[in-house]
Design a protein around this ligand. Sequence first.
Ligand code: C2E
Ligand code: CA
Ligand code: CA
Length: 622
Amino acid sequence: MAYTPGLDANILAIMVMIVLSSERIPKSKYNKEKKAIKTMVINITLFLAFDTVFRLCDSSDNETLVTVAFIAKSLYFLENGILVFLWNRYVGKLIWDEGYQHKWYKYVFEFSICIISLIIAVNFFIPILFRIGKGGEFIVYKLHMYIITIANYTNVIITYFSLVRNRKRLKPKNFILLICYPIAPLFAEIFQLIFRNMDVMSLYALSAFLISKVDNLNDALRDPMTGIGNRLMLDDKLNRWFSSYRNNCICGIMLDIDSLKAINDTYGHQAGDEAIMHIAEIIEDIAKRYNLYPIRYGGDEFMLIWKAPTKEDAKKLLLELRKDENQLAGRLPENRRISYSTGSVICAPDDDMSAEDFLWLLDKRMYAGKHETENKIEYALRNNGLHIVLQPIYYVPEGRLVSGEALLRLTDEEGNAIPPKEFIPVAENTGSIYQLEHFVMKEICKIASIPDFTERGLHRIGLNISATHAARESFPDYLIKTADSFGIPHNHICVELTETAVSSNQEIYAKNIKKLHDAGFRLCMDDFGTGYSNLRRLSSLSLDMVKIDRQLVASDSPQSRELTRLAVNLIHDLGYEVVAEGVETAEQAEFVKSLKVEYIQGYYYAKPMLPEDFLNNFPGKQ
Ligand code: C2E
Ligand code: CA
Ligand code: CA
């Protein structure tokens, strides 16, 4: 075994690279890219390992060693091609996200690696590339060697071209690292040509080092906060989709978080950011499932874009997404009251619509949708389109219904019912929530002011107040004034509040609650157990009861049951009464009863109903 110059450098480089590539990749959105880098580093390590094996076995006349050297050298050539191939693909993905700029790039790259593999494969049987002579000497067949080299370097040139042309899409640091990646090996090969007996193959390790330093976080095409595509990616994709020949439909849908402004105002910006990231995650999930591109379009606006073979396919997918929309809302903490408004799908099949037209239309349709709800609220406020329904609440110690929660209903011009999930967030955003809730206050007062309210066995009526409203300075006085004008005892009204996180209005919120409590109103924290639950704050507020959310109560899993049990005990320990909400079955009712909750509300006992029907449940002495 002869000593070859450079061998020790090779071994050293391999050792360093094994350390480099043994680094565990943390689970993250970006691990796909990190994995690609790791794959490249591992391949460079293998490449150097094959070279080392070849050098160790080379120049020997032992037949086994000659065979080993032959195999090692073949794998070395193959690995060389693979290295270029991986780099091309990686650069393509980094710049274009979904692959290469032009389809023919892909074909050239794939064709090259096929040719290289073929030559190497044939060489096992008929020496056309190289062979190792009896005495261990290395004999090269120049023509095929040139083909391999040209194939590799054509690919390098194409990718260089693409890199330079699109350098703005990459962070400068990444651009330089990627440009430098093939330089070290090239230098090594030229050096080898001039100084025949020098070996600088270990320079490949430099490439491994460079590539491992590429980070594509904050890549120009991604939104830094959520990691999903940004507007640049959107423009880019649409421009490409619209400019290339098309026999399919380009589709898009716009989503936005209606209540982001309210979240920011009441819960603080950090909560707003959290909400955005949470939404982005959900949207990304959906995008993955259906093979769509998720984009963060603006502050609280997201988009999904995709290509569908036909208009029918686009419509089908939209229906699927609509189904998902409910699921989507279900995954959000209810008290955060995040809701989406989705624009309709725009399908641009054959007409000569441009990318700009497409975006403009999507935008317009979404605003029209939002505006529609806004208009419906305005219309309902002016034209008696509002009414309340009451859902009876069961009192466990007395085994009967004793109170009710008022729920607002909105009907539009055509008589369609708009669900609160749709209009409450819009109202919170535009400020009409105050008017809506003033309406509910008055309706509740009308019921609570019937002369025999208490005689009928009624304790109180629940009034939902949004967090934005509850933190409004004038809120307690308004409620007191309204109740007094109807002459009703304050304890006949129970104000249902939602939890708040960090907020500049937290002080006013707490002060308002105390003021109402001192004035004799009953106070209930709504939707406990989902989203944000700050126990210290819960104990510091002047409350009477806490309502456990139906997401927790209605789930029959052992974990949810255990959580419900813990929540009930905890609320009791704080000295508050418990309302279990959303009880739908006898079994759920038995379960919450076994936990000694005071009140139960849910379809199992009664659905929300019109005030007359509600009062019929409380006939009193007749
Ligand atoms: P919420 O305050 O948690 O009200 C309870 C919701 O749960 C009601 O839906 C009620 O119909 C529903 N529900 C009651 N029992 C069951 C059950 O057993 N199973 C199921 N699946 N659902 C049940 P609704 O009327 O659609 O109201 C939804 C939300 O709209 C309310 O949730 C509340 O957050 C909001 N909302 C309604 N009216 C007002 C209002 O006047 N002001 C404010 N700020 N929000 C309101
Ligand atoms: Ca409520
Ligand atoms: Ca609730």
